[in-house]
Design a protein. Structure first.
Ligand SMILES: CSCC[C@H](NC=O)C(=O)N[C@@H](CC(C)C)C(=O)N[C@@H](Cc1ccccc1)C(=O)O
Length: 658
């Protein structure tokens, strides 16, 4: 069915993608992660490669079927730390540049992460899970006779968040901070108590560290209240630096030691607020919002070596970028088209790293190329240069669908809605094609000008694929995203229909063969749409929320969703929960509908899918439920499950296509 020259499933195993480049302090060398997928084990493999800034010297640091990541250069650039499972479980390693040798620093039972070098390069600060004895009640039943085969002990749960999507059932314990010498030895635990510590970083004096922790009495029921703390690692003295209600994150001290930059917002307890950049004067503890004139969310902050500006990551109109802001709040865009090593849908992502002199390395995508390594010199007129072309041969031999951007005026108000159309390989505009509207989740995130194997596989099957950023999406400023706070779904539905109308008007879409799908928040909007219109011939509702009342009581983020996405608890305002639930519209549905969800999805649990499936069946609607084995919320995590997702969706639509 798919032309052999078109990009298809098995080509995924030939793709190689760049991620998390880390540039050395002198700017001469970049270590980057190279991601690919192993056809035999159905999983992602990650190795480390080294390349010079001029692209001339390029060689592997590691190879094989183990995973490597979290690269962090020492400030002197003579060594770098990384984590790997090369010897079994995930441990912390150091690679010495001069001798080209590696040593494992740790032999823990739990994985270390969040690595940060001391300013003199002698110690590493990191986080690690520390288990705690369960306080849950035990029943005290008799011991089984020797040799008897009794059932195993019951699981007893006493936490509000007792399972996490992708992580399984939560163990008793907390993430704590440790230091260890770069030459190995015993690690020293710096933090204690029943709190989750994160975002560790060093002060230039080497005596203080910064971190975030939510020290609310019952942090589980009070999510989003991370505050910035400073700790003297010699005396143990701790000081809380941020004072207002958080969340505040990623504190970084300027190299001259005068300021602390961090991200966050003063919480208004709604689904979306703009994440801003804060600047604290370390002497008088005065705080200002540095990004007051900046309209997008700020993340991944890095001080420039001269302490005069801060680099950051942001998304703008579906494009992930690097910005730079000076201490007066003047910002510029430094690099564009950052992208991740995802094989799923075109969500944002990507990372950058900046050297002491201001040379930049970043992971770069376009709508037609997976993530490659790009660099940018420090001079203001420098142009980005691609250092890798890992997929050139593959993409020369396999045709992908062309991706075109469009904008449409909202039929509701003054908003403009951005979207993209993928036309199948060998597209002929004089013909008529079936069309699939593919809707993103989040809902506070964005699709964009990014290569998406998942959507390309669908286009290779002869469909025009349309994806958009309806209101609620990020990267268009706070008003656009916050429109759906306590109001989701609502006019985002109209935005989706406006985009559909726009594409139909282009003339190459068969109006009798329109299909609709989306996952998670996109599943919400798909189920919502078929409750409002019969214009789609068939639908696939993937991993949806169908009933907000049951969702907020079964999802892994129960305290968060019930507090931030609704004004009251479900039993306080059941009518509010029902009003925004697709189940409230199921009585209108006539569209044949497939449901498709991971068996171990703890974000949008299978019970949501089951409710909708039964409601459709009870009405005699053609419905089918696909339960993906070995999958949580991220179905595209394993290549075979991504293929299944695309295969089930397109086969369902093929069944109803004229
Ligand atoms: C602070 S938690 C916010 C919810 C989270 N947002 C991330 O984008 C999320 O999981 N959203 C779900 C819907 C919600 C449970 C009703 C969602 O739509 N997920 C999307 C986006 C996503 C992409 C990658 C990883 C996580 C989420 C999806 O699965 O496509």
């Amino acid at each position: 069915q798919v032309d052999e020259n078109h990009f298809d499933y098995m080509d995924l195993f030939d793709l190689q993608m760049v991620s998390n480049p880390e540039i050395s302090p002198d700017g001469n060398t970049i270590i980057y992660e190279r991601h690919q997928f192993d056809v035999m084990t159905d999983r992602r493999l990650v190795n480390l490669w080294q390349i010079s800034f001029d692209g001339k010297d390029h060689y592997p640091i590691t190879s094989g079927t183990k995973n490597y990541g979290n690269v962090s250069w020492s400030p002197q650039g003579d060594k770098f730390a990384f984590t790997s499972n090369q010897d079994g479980s995930n441990q912390l390693y150091v690679y010495w540049v001069k001798s080209k040798t590696t040593a494992a620093l740790t032999n823990f039972t739990e994985s270390p992460g969040n690595i940060s070098w001391s300013p003199d390069g002698s110690q590493l600060l990191f986080s690690k899970f520390v288990s705690e004895l369960s306080k849950a009640v035990k029943p005290g039943i008799p011991a089984p006779p020797t040799g008897a085969q009794w059932e195993k002990e019951a699981d007893v749960i006493d936490k509000a968040v007792y399972r996490r999507d992708g992580g399984g059932y939560v163990q008793d314990g907390y993430s704590h901070l440790f230091i260890i010498s770069a030459e190995g030895g015993t690690a020293r635990q710096l933090t204690s108590g029943s709190h989750q510590y994160g975002s560790p970083s060093w002060a230039p004096d080497g005596k203080h560290i910064l971190y975030t922790v939510n020290k609310s009495k019952n942090a589980e029921l009070d999510p989003n209240n991370e505050q910035i703390f400073q700790q003297n690692i010699i005396t143990g003295e701790v000081e809380q630096l941020s004072k207002e209600r958080g969340p505040f994150n990623s504190p970084k001290i300027s190299p001259d030691g005068k300021y602390i930059a961090y991200t966050g917002f003063k919480d208004r307890f709604v689904g979306y607020q703009l994440t801003q950049l804060y600047l604290m004067d370390r002497d008088n503890k005065q705080v200002e919002v540095l990004s007051n004139n900046f309209t997008q969310d700020i993340s991944s902050i890095t001080w420039s070596k001269d302490s005069k500006s801060i680099y950051f990551r942001f998304d703008e109109e579906g494009n992930s970028k690097v910005g730079n802001i000076d201490l007066k709040g003047n910002s510029t865009t430094v690099a564009e088209n950052l992208g991740s090593a995802s094989i799923g849908r075109p969500y944002g992502g990507g990372s950058y790293s900046v050297s002491d002199k201001g040379n930049l390395a970043f992971s770069h995508v376009t709508t037609s190329t997976p993530s490659e390594l790009a660099v940018l010199g420090r001079k203001s007129n420098s142009q980005p240069k691609l250092l890798t072309s890992l997929n050139e041969n593959l993409l020369k031999s396999k045709k992908t669908g062309n991706v075109e951007e469009f904008w449409v005026d909202s039929s509701v108000d003054g908003f403009k809605v951005q979207g993209w159309i993928i036309t199948p390989p060998n597209f002929d505009p004089s013909k008529k094609y079936p069309m699939i509207l593919e809707i993103h989740g989040g809902p506070y995130t964005n699709y964009g000008s990014r290569f998406s194997p998942e959507l390309q596989f669908i286009a290779s099957r002869g469909y025009v694929v349309v994806y958009t950023n309806p209101r609620g999406s990020t990267s268009y400023g706070e008003d656009f995203a916050a429109y759906i706070n306590h109001n989701y779904p609502s006019e985002d539905y109209n935005d989706l229909m406006d985009a559909t109308e726009y594409v139909v008007d282009q003339g190459y879409v068969d109006e009798n063969n329109l299909f609709i799908t989306g996952g998670s928040g996109g599943g919400v909007l798909t189920a919502w749409s078929i409750g409002k219109t019969d214009r789609f011939k068939a639908a696939v509702v993937a991993k949806p929320v169908i009933n907000w009342y049951s969702f907020v009581l079964t999802a892994d983020g129960s305290p968060f969703f019930s507090k931030y996405w609704f004004k009251d608890k479900p039993w306080e305002s059941p009518e509010d929960y029902l009003k925004y639930s697709p189940i409230s519209l199921v009585g209108n549905v006539k569209t044949p509908t497939m449901l498709l969800t991971g068996q171990e999805d703890y974000r949008t649990p299978m019970s949501e899918t089951e409710q909708y499936y039964s409601a459709l069946k009870l009405q005699g609607i053609d419905a089918v439920m696909v339960r993906i084995a070995g999958s949580g919320h991220g179905i595209a995590g394993k290549p075979s499950n991504l293929f299944r997702k695309v295969g089930y969706i397109t086969n369902w639509f093929n069944k109803y296509k004229d």
